[in-house]
Design a binder for this molecule. Structure first.
Ligand SMILES: [Zn+2]
Length: 222
């Protein structure tokens, strides 16, 4: 299958995607964007100015994020969100650690165009830089009330939070997924095509990444 949509699934094309509101860098499928804009409007009525800081992401971008972690240019966090030193680990274990909070390129929900990372801009404390951590959503965190609002309202706009912490990926309360379309993407997703994208990338860690995909597909999506 080599239709444009199938390339989108693996982050290899953004064809057919549209900006999710004013920020032209945040892309999604027309269905997901429409649902997101409705959610934004409802949140605004309840006092939250919702912004997306990430939507569709390319394979290349995802590979750069993971590559930076493997090369120690970006912090790698443990399950408690504390930085850990992976420098002496073998490559496969480095990859396991790096992928706790990042998806394997080719295997990211952010490739589907159905998922967004969001935050309530008006709850950001002055001078505070957004981190996207669970601490922000904890009871004493700045986004706590917004997290509760999301829990109560997400589903009526077709969204859910796929990373509850019960699956392979650590909990990400900021990551929302437009499930009518994301479910279709998951159903169409092929392990072999994802691995082909990895091998075609020429990344030095592509083979280790394929082994990771074999071991963790499809749990890497939840
Ligand atoms: Zn995300």
């Amino acid at each position: 299958m080599n239709t444009p949509r199938s390339k989108v699934l693996y982050g290899l094309s953004s064809e057919g995607l549209i900006p999710a509101g004013g920020d032209l860098r945040i892309l999604g499928t027309p269905g997901a964007v429409q649902a997101f804009l409705r959610l934004k409007e409802a949140a605004r009525a309840d006092g939250y100015e919702v912004k997306a800081c990430s939507g569709w992401r390319s394979f290349e971008r995802q590979a750069a994020i993971v590559g930076d972690k493997l090369a120690l240019r970006r912090p790698v966090l443990d399950a408690s969100e504390r930085p850990i030193d992976i420098s002496s680990l073998p490559l496969v274990q480095k990859l396991e650690a790096a992928l706790r909070f990042s998806a394997l390129p080719g295997f990211s929900r952010h490739h589907f165009g159905t998922d967004f990372d969001i935050y309530p801009e008006n709850l950001l404390p002055r001078g505070y830089a957004l981190q996207l951590t669970c601490a922000e959503y904890a009871q004493d965190g700045c986004f706590y009330p917004f997290g509760r609002w999301l829990a109560q309202n997400l589903e009526r706009f077709g969204f859910l939070r796929p990373f509850s912490g019960a699956g392979l990926v650590s909990r990400e309360p900021w990551h929302i997924s437009y499930f009518p379309e994301a479910e279709c993407c998951l159903a169409q997703f092929s392990l072999d095509e994802g691995k082909s994208a990895l091998r075609a990338s020429g990344l030095p860690w592509a083979e280790a990444a394929c082994a990771y995909a074999d071991a963790h597909f499809p749990r890497c999506f939840s």
